[in-house]
Structures are given as C-alpha cells and as structure tokens.
Design a protein around this ligand. Structure first.
Ligand SMILES: N[C@@H](CCC(=O)N[C@@H](CS)C(=O)NCC(=O)O)C(=O)O
Length: 219
C-alpha cells in the first residue's frame, strides 16, 4: 500500500502538531518538506488554499487542516489514548480548549508577535490578552501534569507549538512571569523525544524529489 503523503513546513506550528500526532499514531507517511515562497504545484493542485500541513491519502482523500490530520491519525491508532476514547466529555473539553487556542489566543498571539517585532506600544495590551488563555492553562497545570489530566492528550500536542511561540516572543519576560507550571510543562515537552523527532530537518522535496519515510522508529 502506498503511504500517505504529508506536505510539511518545518517551523510551522500547525505542521508541528500534525507531525507529532502522526508519530504518536505510529503512522508511516512520506514527508515532503516545503517552503511557503515556493509551493510545489502538486500540493496546490490537491489543496488550492495553499496552507500546510496537508495529508494526501492513497485513496485520493485530502486532509488540509492540521487538527483534522491529528484526529484522522489518532482515530486509526491511538496506543496512548490521546483522544480519551472512553470519555466523550473529555474529548469535547479538549476540542473546546483547542478551538480557543486556535482562534482567540492565536489572534492575540499574532498581534503580540507583530507588536513586539515592530516595537509598538500596544505590545503589552496583546500580551495581556494572550494571558487570559495562558492563565487558564496554568490553573489546569496546578492540578495535574498535563493539560487534560495526568497523561498526555491531543490537547497538549495541539496547543504546544503555540505556547512555544508565545514563550519565544519575549523569553526573558516569560521566564520571569508568574507561570511556573506552564513553563515546566513547556520545557518538558520541548525536550521530549517526540518533539525532537517531529522537528527533524529534511531537504526540500522540490530540490531532491526524494521520498522520505517519516515515522516513529522507537520500540
Ligand atoms: N488552519 C490551518 C492553518 C495552516 C497554516 O496557516 N499554515 C501556514 C504556515 S504556519 C501556511 O501554510 N501559510 C501559507 C502561506 O504562508 O502561504 C491548519 O490548521 O492546518
């Protein structure tokens, strides 16, 4: 059987979370590394909106939203029960939290990043708006080691790349901010084998046209 093809951008937070879920699902995919300034025609042909990640299945199905890729992979195989398969209530809570991350938090995060970069005086306003979501995570992590409980879940993987971005906007401020539990959670996730593997760099597919198998090769 032909493996699904994943169009991926190394530092894109959406692609990062899709790659982590594919690894956790032990899915084997052919990874095609791209850059946004030179998108492959094959990629635009299957998904004209032109965002990554995209997963192209061998039956022709195209999944071009990162959360859908994560859920597709974990629905096929979820050995660590990241989806809380026996807990519909937990699953819905996760989706709500991820939705808040992907909309309100991400909008404020983009504004915070932009304002910081161009030294605009509204930087603090947007950082404070981001902190509503940050404080919510901190409160959850005061009670447990992961966002949904005492084990890793879809929510941790989906949210991680955006908290990483938030922390990186102003590392000094984040280190001194009152979010010790979130800082610990972030540090732990960033040094995990899963994250390191998901961030492995590959040559651009348009340069090599080589098929790269991407999968979790640990026992
Ligand atoms: N909602 C999409 C967002 C994906 C997205 O915006 N990806 C960015 C890269 S981080 C992208 O491909 N942008 C297209 C461009 O910059 O041309 C998802 O979750 O997959």
């Amino acid at each position: 059987m032909t493996q699904p093809i994943l169009y991926s951008l190394q530092h894109c937070p959406y692609a990062m979370r899709a790659r982590m879920a594919l690894l956790m699902a032990r899915e084997v995919v052919l990874l095609r590394a791209i850059v946004t300034k030179d998108k492959p025609a094959d990629m635009l042909a299957i998904s004209p909106k032109g965002t990554v990640p995209i997963l192209h299945l061998s039956d022709g199905t195209v999944i071009d939203e990162s959360l859908d890729i994560m859920i597709w992979a974990l629905n096929r195989n979820d050995p660590d029960d990241l989806l809380y398969s026996q807990r519909a209530d937990r699953y819905l809570q996760m989706l709500n939290l991820i939705n808040d991350c992907d909309h309100d938090f991400r909008t404020n995060l983009s504004a915070y990043k932009y304002n910081k970069r161009y030294h605009l005086d509204t930087e603090h306003k947007f950082r404070t708006q981001c902190e509503v979501f940050i404080q919510r995570l901190e409160s959850l992590l005061e009670k447990q080691n992961y966002i949904m409980g005492d084990k890793l879940s879809l929510a941790d993987l989906a949210i991680l790349p955006f908290i990483r971005q938030f922390a990186n906007v102003d590392k000094k401020w984040f280190r001194q901010s009152g979010y010790p539990r979130l800082s610990l959670w972030l540090a732990k996730q960033l040094e995990s084998l899963l994250f390191l593997k998901s961030m492995q760099k590959y040559p651009l597919w348009l340069d090599t046209h080589e098929e790269v198998l991407f999968f979790w090769d640990r026992k």
